[in-house]
Design a protein. Structure first.
Length: 317
């Protein structure tokens, strides 16, 4: 991808480092109105795909609402309520945690991980940040009478339906299929397509399945991320907004106006993602005063802030 500088790392008045990336914002019609880099190039959205995967499950007959639907969209922190929720989804389908085929892992959240290790517990699939999505995938299979032992195969009916849904809401064909960190298929689309899809979900009319996904995320942002997570803070502070982080520096946001934002930090780090997102939202005219704490990231020296990660002029102007 043809990335550009999207964030700068300042230590005092010295520009120490930069983050390259690609950023796009689309209007309600799905047309790019902010474009930095080459957002038409394809990328793996990673976990930013999860709300689209959840939509595919609803379209396939899964009956899930509220906090548990938000959990199906989540890269959760592995707090106790997240784990209980994933097990609840499985139990509703007559399944146990043994059915989960996501990667055994420790909780994603720092506090949850520390408590987990202190209690002497080990890694397991139910603690993995994608366990809510996998539980919902399995429940969808049960509803349809599909096999559950091969639900991660790209040719499985669940994954075929997921690909079709992503292509529908993104308005473009999937360009590449890979394996995500959790073992599920991951479908590559352009960042423009990702932004367009999030705008469509956030602006969907009440009564639609798209609105159902967005409403669950809006109402239960702590289930989508967790304590101290920027994605949770963003949705908690900005009414009607949906947001989803993804690995390798990906982030996507949908606004109730139908506008969408998607970005990828080229080096795959998460440090600059929220900084860039807040700057783009401000540029779109969104009042971001309630999330000013995400607008910069402190650069530390001897434990205190001596600088900051800031959006580049290409993003902020």
């Amino acid at each position: 991808m043809g990335h550009e500088v999207v964030a700068e790392v300042w230590r005092g008045d010295f520009l120490e480092s930069v983050h390259h990336g690609t950023v796009v914002a689309t209007d309600a019609s799905g047309w790019p109105v902010v474009s930095v880099g080459r957002p038409g190039d394809v990328a793996f959205p990673r976990s930013s795909n999860k709300p689209l995967q959840a939509l595919a499950m609803l379209r396939s007959g899964l009956e899930l609402d509220g906090s548990l639907l938000a959990l199906a969209c989540a890269s959760h922190s592995g707090e106790d309520f997240h784990v209980r929720g994933a097990l609840q989804i499985l139990a509703s389908a007559g399944l146990s945690e043994d059915a989960l085929q996501c990667t055994p892992d420790l909780p994603l959240g720092e506090e949850a991980r520390a408590q987990h290790l202190a209690s002497g517990r080990s890694a397991a699939p139910k603690y993995m940040n994608c366990s809510g999505k996998h539980a919902a995938m399995l429940a969808t299979c049960v509803v349809n009478g599909w096999s559950t032992d091969d639900y991660l195969d790209p040719s499985h009916p669940l994954q075929v339906a997921t690909r079709a849904t992503i292509e529908d809401v993104a308005g473009e064909p999937v360009a590449q299929v890979g394996v995500d960190g959790c073992g599920a298929p991951i479908f590559a689309i352009s960042l423009t397509g990702l932004a367009r899809a999030f705008g469509r979900l956030a602006a969907a009319a009440p009564g639609t399945l798209e609105h159902r996904v967005a409403a669950a995320m809006n109402a239960h942002p702590e289930w989508v991320g967790g304590t101290g997570r920027d994605v949770t803070e963003l949705m908690s502070a900005l009414p009607g907004v949906i947001a989803k982080d993804g690995a390798e520096g990906v982030y996507a946001v949908g606004l109730p106006s139908g506008e969408g934002v998607a970005l990828k930090i080229a080096d795959g780090s998460s440090r600059a993602r929220a900084v860039v997102v807040v700057a783009v939202l401000r540029r779109l005219g969104v009042d971001v005063s309630s999330v000013e704490g995400l607008a910069t990231v402190p650069v530390l020296g001897h434990g205190r802030a001596v600088g900051a990660v800031r959006p580049s002029l290409a993003i902020a102007s």
